[in-house]
Design a protein around this ligand. Structure first.
Ligand SMILES: C[S@@+](CC[C@H](N)C(=O)[O-])C[C@H]1O[C@@H](n2cnc3c(N)ncnc32)[C@H](O)[C@@H]1O
Length: 420
């Protein structure tokens, strides 16, 4: 077979038309029309294969991979009902791309959308888990094919260790986006190489506003549809798993009433990014078990989730607010004895600002508890907050999952708000 044609000279729409014409000619008995390895009776796939071979490609899939053009796109400009196919560039750290080995070829996760599957909530979660055991977090669409049926996303996130169905034996390569593009070009996957480069550029240039919009699009629908209370706070597992993973956070209550000089008084707890309020409500029960009375409060970017928190906890409905945890102030300027901040929901370059702002919401002498759902040690909350110059004064234990004995991430840590 000849070497592949220069992909820039191939017009995919024309190649598709030629395949149809070829099939029609074969069916009509044209003696000049022939298919490579045809079925009996011949099919369109045989004609596609023949056209691909005539351009020097091993298969139609290889030809499409090399030439299919993708245009830039914004989420609001997509007709989501039409989407049939999804490709996902996984970025486990800024500028770092993960590829996996698919039968001797490095690829990115890709699949058809299943009937009735919600693209953002389900397809985007399923494909990276199934293909290479990667759990998406931030989810951002950036390219679409000319037929506007195949969308390409980049996601950040991490290798998955939880209980959802996922692959745990994938051969994964991770490295800088330029190196990934080089690997893909070396295989002849020019379109993929281009997509990987564009994904990394999109990540590097994304505004905070778009990050927040995409985050809401990613989380809100899934949380609202979740069948469990923990699921409504983004947690995959049952109430026992929720307890095992999150109860340890209440270690930050220990000694706090004494530190504040109010041994028998309730502690106000503000969950920044409270979703449906399940953590704030759980703190009341878990705190009581530790002998501390907790008054729960919550803030979330998503009005729908705040409404859900108010609906689930009508007795505290005036204690849940809508706002950005890195900007918000209580309407009357009140502060909270303990606040909890989840780093994962902020882009890397916004995390320090979020920590400093959250600390300003804490009562003098109180505590800011900082978590990261991230399981990798290099992203542990302790590393991140100490890199900003804060002294960590306490850390939570980490329990292991009942199902596979793997730890629930890394410790959450607390820092102290300076006493007045
Ligand atoms: C994984 S849930 C956390 C639930 C609970 N706090 C916990 O730690 O288990 C993350 C929540 O943070 C919210 N969120 C993301 N960015 C935020 C921001 N900048 N300010 C406030 N809430 C935010 C999301 O809407 C989502 O409901």
């Amino acid at each position: 077979m000849s070497t592949p044609s220069d992909p820039s000279t191939i017009d995919l729409a024309q190649a598709r038309r030629r395949a149809k014409e070829l099939l029609a000619a074969v069916r009509a008995g044209d003696p000049n029309a022939a298919l490579v390895h045809p079925h009996d009776p011949p099919r369109l796939a045989d004609a596609h294969h023949t056209i691909a071979r005539s351009h020097g490609f091993t298969s139609w899939t290889a030809l499409v991979r090399a030439v299919e053009p993708f245009d830039p796109v914004a989420a609001d400009d997509i007709d989501w009902d039409r989407i049939r196919e999804v490709s996902i560039v996984c970025l486990p750290a800024t500028g770092i791309v993960s590829l996996y080995d698919d039968g001797g070829r490095w690829v990115i996760p890709h699949d058809q959308r299943r009937p009735s599957e919600h693209v953002w909530d389900e397809t985007l979660l399923r494909i990276p888990l199934e293909r290479m055991g990667f759990r998406r977090q931030g989810t951002h669409v950036f390219a679409i094919d000319r037929a506007r049926r195949h969308v390409v996303f980049w996601v950040d996130g991490a290798p998955y260790t939880g209980n959802r169905p996922h692959r745990d034996d994938a051969n994964v390569w991770s490295g800088p986006a330029d190196d990934a593009a080089e690997v893909l070009r070396g295989q002849g996957d020019l379109v993929l190489a281009d997509l990987v480069t564009r994904a990394a550029t999109d990540q590097a240039t994304m505004s905070y506003e778009r990050h927040q919009q995409d985050l809401q699009r990613t989380l809100t629908g899934g949380y609202l549809r979740a069948p469990t209370l923990a699921g409504g706070s983004g947690f995959g597992g049952d109430e026992q798993d929720w307890h095992d993973a999150r109860e340890v956070l209440t270690a930050a209550l220990e000694g706090l009433p004494e530190d504040l000089g109010r041994p028998d008084q309730p502690i106000s707890f503000l969950d920044l990014g409270c979703a449906n309020g399940h953590l704030a409500a759980s703190f009341v029960r878990w705190g009581a078990a530790r002998g501390v009375e907790v008054e729960p409060y919550g803030l979330d970017l998503s009005p729908e989730l705040v409404a859900r928190a108010q609906e689930l906890h009508p007795q505290w409905s005036d204690r849940f607010w809508v706002g950005d945890a890195s900007l918000w102030h209580h309407p009357t300027g009140r502060r909270f004895d303990l606040a909890h901040l989840l780093l994962d929901v902020f882009p890397d370059d916004h995390q320090e600002r979020a920590v400093r702002h959250a600390l300003s919401l804490v009562t003098p002498g109180g505590r800011l508890l900082v978590s990261n759902y991230e399981t990798r040690a290099e992203f542990a909350a302790e590393r991140i907050v100490t890199s900003y110059g804060f002294d960590v004064v306490g850390r939570t234990p980490v329990r292991v999952r009942r199902q596979n004995q793997k730890p629930y991430g890394t410790p959450s840590v607390w820092i102290r708000s300076p006493p007045q």
